[in-house]
Design a protein. Structure first.
Length: 528
């Protein structure tokens, strides 16, 4: 494929070998004999196991002319291209959901062009999207039908702006590290703030749906970590000939060629466009309780559908994962001092990592759900969970199913907080738990964005200071045992813990993204 060829630092040795093996780039005779030198180099990189990105040219023209006639033909073909039409088409993501593709992108790309011509930046549009969503959450919090209708409309406006900021970045080629971080982070903040607004609005009408709001957030976050873990564990396999990931991609391409199946498969996983549209319509037309039950049911089905397919593909996997994939999974696990110590103690136990994580999660969740709240059984179960989760991360996560360890650990931590708060019968305990899970989830999403940007995991001191997933789980069970019988003290403790964690992770995250000089990787959002 003709065109420029660049490589990340880790791929540059392979690029040097491929260039050395290719014909001399400056020799006219070589150019005449081999008009596709870039394609030759790309094929050599493929053979060396390096993932090569081959963008579709579409109506663009790229060629290496070998003589004057070919040069004139190439120039005429280039001049015939409508650059503005190409820029507008390129501003829209190639693989978006049904709702975004047919109900948002046909006009949001023109909003992006309007913003570009007036000097607006993607970050400004991102901020406008956040503010609009927060106003929508405030309207939902009124608990009135007019407020719910306004909230639904404003949530859709916020989503239009959310699509526009990325399209503006692609249209104007204004990518930035800060922009990628803001876009990804604000998406989660907007959605979870809207959940809180719905719960506040329902409470004004005497309907307590905070438990449903927290359950929806837990489900959504666990679903996302399944996506992140699977993708990170297989990111280097797409270049390997005959790999399971490459075979899966080929199968997906064949299914997409059938026509309607591409949209069915994108809609069934309830990506952000379909999800926000459903939330907006149901908010305007029904009640918060119906919104949350529909959201939980839809996301649970989508999670089961995608996870089952990934588990089946992983079972067929051959060979161990790379050191990079194992390091990414270890970072996503977010193991603290207790788990690392337990890992050294239990390292020789013949228990596979996913089985250890599953047993630990089942233990702590089962006890939290059945034992009397305020007793010490949950504390003992959390101690057992720390031991088992330590065994899960005691060795590099290179097995076929080891990518499932981080989602199981997320479900254990978030689920324990949810169950203990919901069963405590302490006023405002669940809203406080909502804030705690939101603070911890921010830390976990931030870890994902750092890995995606190629900067690695958060610093070890931050993981130690925040206790790791097992330390926080144990602490919440201890707080429940000590304070549930004292009513508001349990709520105050959860609120203080949420505030302290939010302060630490936010300050460190902002410092990192402002000063790190991380690569300007534009986040494309959820997979559609």
């Amino acid at each position: 494929m003709p065109g420029a060829l660049t490589a990340q630092p880790e791929a540059r040795p392979a690029l040097a070998r491929a260039l050395a093996a290719a014909p001399a780039l400056t020799a006219p005779a070589a150019a005449a004999a081999e008009p596709d030198l870039t394609g030759t180099v790309a094929d050599a990189l493929d053979a060396d196991g390096v993932a090569v990105h081959r963008p579709a040219l579409g109506t663009l023209v790229a060629t290496v002319p070998a003589d004057d006639d070919a040069r004139r033909e190439a120039r005429a073909a280039v001049d015939a291209v409508d650059d503005e039409a190409v820029r507008l088409r390129s501003a829209v993501k190639a693989h978006d959901g049904f709702f975004t593709t047919f109900f948002i992108s046909p006009y949001s790309r023109y909003i992006a062009r309007w913003c570009a011509r007036r000097g607006l930046t993607p970050n400004q549009v991102t901020t406008a999207s956040l503010l609009t969503a927060l106003i929508a959450a405030g309207c939902a919090a009124t608990g009135e039908r007019g407020g719910y209708v306004a909230a639904g409309v404003l949530l859709l406006v916020s989503f239009v702006l959310d699509c526009t900021d990325g399209q503006l970045a692609r249209y104007a080629l204004k990518y930035s590290t800060m922009g990628a971080w803001l876009d990804a982070t604000f998406d989660r903040a907007k959605e979870y703030a809207f959940y809180a607004g719905l719960a506040l609005g329902a409470a004004r009408n005497g309907d307590d749906v905070w438990t449903l709001a927290l359950a929806a957030m837990v489900l959504m976050t666990c679903r996302h970590v399944v996506d992140f873990s699977f993708n990170e564990s297989n990111v280097e396999d797409t270049a390997a000939p005959g790999s399971t990931a490459r075979t899966s991609l080929a199968l997906s391409s064949r299914l997409d060629s059938v026509g309607w199946t591409v949209w069915a498969r994108r809609m069934i996983i309830l990506p952000i466009g379909e999800r926000w549209a459903m939330i907006a319509v149901l908010t305007a037309a029904t009640t918060p309780r119906i919104v949350f039950w529909a959201l939980i049911a839809g996301c649970a089905f989508a999670a089961c559908y995608t996870t089952a397919g990934r588990l089946l593909r992983s079972v067929k996997r051959r060979g161990a994962r790379s050191d990079r994939a194992a390091a990414a999974l270890a970072a996503l696990a977010d193991s603290g001092p207790l788990a690392l110590l337990a890992g050294r103690i239990t390292r020789r136990l013949p228990v596979p990592a996913p089985a250890a994580a599953l047993l630990g999660a089942a233990l702590v969740l089962a006890v939290a759900a059945t034992a009397p709240v305020g007793g010490w059984a949950a504390v003992a179960a959390a101690g057992g969970y720390a031991l088992l989760s330590g065994r899960a991360v005691a060795r590099p996560l290179k097995g076929p199913l080891d990518w499932f360890v981080p989602p199981l650990l997320r479900a254990a931590e978030y689920g324990t907080v949810l169950v203990l708060a919901a069963r405590s019968d302490v006023p405002q305990a669940v809203p406080a738990a909502f804030g705690l899970v939101a603070a911890v989830a921010y830390h976990h999403y931030d870890t994902v964005y750092r890995i995606r940007g190629g900067t690695g995991a958060p610093p070890a001191w931050l993981v130690r200071l925040t206790g790791g997933h097992e330390g926080r789980t144990l602490l919440v069970t201890v707080l429940a045992a000590l304070l549930v019988d004292r009513g508001d003290d349990f709520t105050l403790a959860l609120t203080a813990l949420a505030g302290a964690l939010a302060l630490v992770v936010l300050v460190e995250s902002i410092r990192f993204w402002v000063s790190s000089g991380a690569p300007a990787v534009h986040d494309e959002g959820e997979t559609a």
